[in-house]
Design a protein around this ligand. Structure first.
Ligand code: UDP
Length: 369
């Protein structure tokens, strides 16, 4: 691998602009990668929805903002759902802008979870790389990812091994984890606060189990996040004694980390194969241990006894028992885990290594099947 400067085009998700929060965890990943690659001296063009804000220290990045409507998210699609392309969608606008500016780029990095850029990759002279942000939520996306993987699996990277295991790939997947600017999270040494839960309020996030465990222990559960599914939020609230859940709304990172840091534990109860679990790491960065289901990304991020406890998926009684043991976790060890495994610097080093390896291998790709 050489140390030469790379000329890269980064394409954001077609859901929201950078800073809107609508892109969920992808937004944070995208910002971290921009920040890290800039610090590593690479030349970046960032293509994203209009109104985007770049991370600090990135004034040399060429920002290309385009207009368009949000692409519908795959998160809640049925497994047999078709590919949908709304009129005036941001997706083709982003790719038109990216491809017309990337003739001389070393590579184009895609952060969206969309069929179109995956499908078109083998037919383009540009070298497209895709950081896949979800598991195989639908068959059409599974096939697009697996087909591209058969053509050249080095063009794909995943956040965790468990996420990648959703897909049948010809070789072990490239796994890059995720990365955070730890200076945005203040370490809070004191435990003893309330229980916390953070994430989109939607069925795949399993809030009802965390609420049931808190209720069984006679505890309060503070909940942060965007109420994506209002009926679901109301349903969960009705399943526990009134006052168990304290809705805290969707907060920007500076406020979220301040409140989260006061918690004695974060409860994470995904019902789907969570690709990574940003909130798990954000809590640990504040010194908060995490009690989680041993499912998806959180099952790889938590080292039981070091930065939290894992319990069998969907086992609320085990969750209750683990919550009573959260004071055995050293809060400083949680912070240290993040500093050594999940900073934006670590992430961008892995991203760079992935791109360089993929570029070196270019030319050896197998014929399209
Ligand atoms: N988040 C936030 N404010 C809140 C609650 C959540 O900014 O009040 C952010 C959080 O920092 C995280 C994202 O929402 O980056 C959720 O990402 P995660 O990977 O946990 O789940 P996703 O929504 O991507 O499935």
């Amino acid at each position: 691998m050489t140390d030469s400067r790379l000329d890269l085009v980064l394409v954001n998700t077609p859901i929201g602009c950078l800073g809107s929060g609508r892109g969920g965890g992808v937004e944070l990943t995208f910002r971290s990668v921009i920040q890290g690659l800039v610090e590593r001296g690479h030349r970046l063009t960032v293509v994203t929805g209009r109104g985007s804000k770049l991370p600090r220290g990135c004034s040399d990045v060429a920002l290309v903002e385009v207009d368009g409507e949000d692409q519908p998210s795959w998160q809640h699609a049925n497994s047999d759902a078709p590919v949908v392309m709304p009129r005036h969608s941001l997706l083709p606008q982003l790719w038109q802008a990216a491809l017309s500016r990337s003739a001389h780029a070393d590579a184009v990095l895609n952060f969206g979870y969309d069929w179109l850029p995956l499908w078109i990759t083998p037919f383009l002279p540009q070298r497209l790389f895709h950081l896949i942000s979800m598991g195989a939520v639908t068959e059409v996306m599974r096939e697009a990812i697996e087909t591209l993987g058969r053509w050249d699996d080095r063009r794909l990277a995943f956040h965790t091994r468990r996420q990648a295991a959703d897909f049948s790939l010809p070789a072990p997947a490239v796994v890059v984890g995720n990365g955070f600017d730890v200076t945005n999270y203040v370490f809070q040494p004191k435990g003893g606060g309330p229980l916390g839960w953070a994430g989109r309020i939607a069925p795949e996030k399993g809030l009802e189990d965390a609420a049931a465990a808190a209720a069984a222990l006679g505890d309060r559960l503070l909940v942060w996040g965007f109420r994506e599914d209002e009926a679901y939020a109301e349903h969960v609230e009705a399943t526990v004694p009134s006052g168990t859940i304290e809705w805290r709304g969707f907060l920007a990172t500076p406020e979220l980390q301040q409140d989260l840091g006061l918690c004695r534990a974060l409860i994470n109860t995904p019902k789907w194969n969570e690709a990574y679990g940003n909130v798990v790491v954000e809590a640990m960065a504040c010194g908060v241990p995490v009690i989680a289901y041993d499912r998806g990304g959180p099952g790889e991020l938590i080292e039981p006894g070091l930065n939290g406890w894992l319990v069998p998926p969907d086992d609320v009684v085990a969750l209750e028992s683990a919550i009573t043991r959260c004071d055995r976790i050293d809060r400083f060890a949680c912070r240290q885990w993040v500093e050594s495994h999940a900073t934006y610097e670590v992430l961008s080093r892995r991203i760079e290594a992935w791109i360089r390896a993929g570029l070196m291998a270019d030319g050896n790709i197998t014929a399209m099947q």
